[in-house]
Design a protein around this ligand. Structure first.
Ligand SMILES: [Zn+2]
Length: 363
């Protein structure tokens, strides 16, 4: 089947350069003007809702077609998919919760309808160039599919030990993508034929998380100079607890103080406002997990963190976490785990009242 490739976005957008080079000081963009009149390495913002000339109406299908075309061009190294940090919108003084949430949702919807790319191949509108690049990529993906097919044949043939096939499939020594496979199996046809089992499974060594950006706690230290961010900071909550207050504090911690990991009791999980905490973060990411989950597996990312304990003791491990900033919200009657006779909020100077916190967060 032959098919004329449709240039994905015709005519090409008139290079709206993103006016924020200061956001990315590490990336020096040299401005050399190419034949197409675009500065090389310039970022282009594309509207995924663009409709080709032969069609009349925008649809979700059209938008995903556009995105797929871009992904295909990226795989063929004609362009690079980039990203642009979202602009956070501030809440108006008179604005109600509902009005702000609506405006915020619309803001995010329009953010996700745009995508940012930098062009690597300026001849992409020339059909021969386009066909050549896509052809190369097609050959590459054909080879990769053929290799997977071989593996599947071997699996179905039943002659080769299954875990060795999975090892072949997943092991990778790509730079910064190292994946070591730990093999274990005791039930595949090869093993059954031999009558042997190999159930020894050693958890593989985890690679991959490196080049971690340092967490900036300057704003917190500046607003609360009397506190020590190297140790957990306690905010005692008046009892009975009010979920609304907990939510407000968490929102400020995320929006103003760079908290990116929040741990709450399971029962607070369904709070709608907590599900949307990430929209308050400048980078749009917050890890939200429950204390119950963490009892099974302690989180180890060195992120600024907030922990909410609503009843019982503070797990000792929570007080020993090594974090750039760790704020603990606890009912004021919570006992000190190390000296159950007294309350945890009486144990040190690293304590902040809710009012002090609010004042510092909004100043
Ligand atoms: Zn096996």
């Amino acid at each position: 089947m032959s098919r004329t490739p449709i240039p994905p976005f015709a005519p090409p957008p008139p290079a709206p350069l993103l006016p924020r080079p200061e956001r990315n000081p590490h990336e020096q963009r040299s401005v050399t003007v190419s034949r197409a009149g675009l500065p090389a390495n310039a970022l282009l913002e594309l509207d995924l809702d663009v409709v080709p000339q032969r069609l009349h109406q925008q649809s979700d299908y059209n938008a995903s077609w556009n995105m797929r075309t871009l992904i295909m061009m990226a795989r063929a190294k004609m362009l690079k998919l980039e990203s642009r940090p979202p602009e956070m919108i501030a809440r108006g003084e008179e604005e109600t919760d509902a009005a702000f949430d609506l405006r915020n949702e619309e803001h995010w919807a329009s953010y996700f309808r745009k995508t940012v790319v930098s062009m690597l191949e300026f001849g992409h509108k020339n059909q021969t160039t386009f066909d050549e690049r896509i052809g190369d990529e097609r050959t590459r993906s054909f080879r990769s599919a053929a290799a997977s097919n071989d593996l599947l044949d071997k699996l179905l043939g039943g002659d080769v030990e299954v875990s060795s096939l999975l090892d072949d499939l997943y092991r990778s020594h790509a730079r910064r993508r190292t994946l070591i496979v730990s093999r274990a199996c005791g039930g595949c046809p090869a093993h059954r034929r031999e009558g042997s089992v190999d159930l020894n499974y050693a958890e593989p060594f985890a690679h991959g998380i490196d080049a971690i950006d340092p967490v900036d706690t300057a704003v917190f230290r500046e607003r609360f100079p009397h506190l020590n961010v190297a140790a957990p900071i306690l905010i005692p909550l008046a009892e009975p607890l009010e979920t609304g207050i907990i939510v407000q504090i968490l929102e400020d911690l995320v929006a103003t103080f760079g908290v990116r990991e929040v741990s709450i009791p399971d029962r607070l999980r369904s709070e709608a406002a907590l599900q949307k905490l990430h929209t308050r973060a400048s980078d749009g990411i917050v890890l939200l997990q429950s204390l119950e989950e963490e009892a099974q597996r302690v989180s180890a990312y060195k992120l600024a963190r907030a922990t909410v304990v609503t009843s019982g003791n503070v797990p000792e491990a929570m007080l020993l976490l090594d974090r750039p900033l760790h704020v603990l919200l606890v009912p004021s009657s919570t006992p000190d785990p190390f000296h159950p006779g007294r309350r945890i909020v009486e144990t040190g100077a690293n304590t902040l009242t809710v009012d002090q916190f609010k004042l510092g967060a909004r100043s």
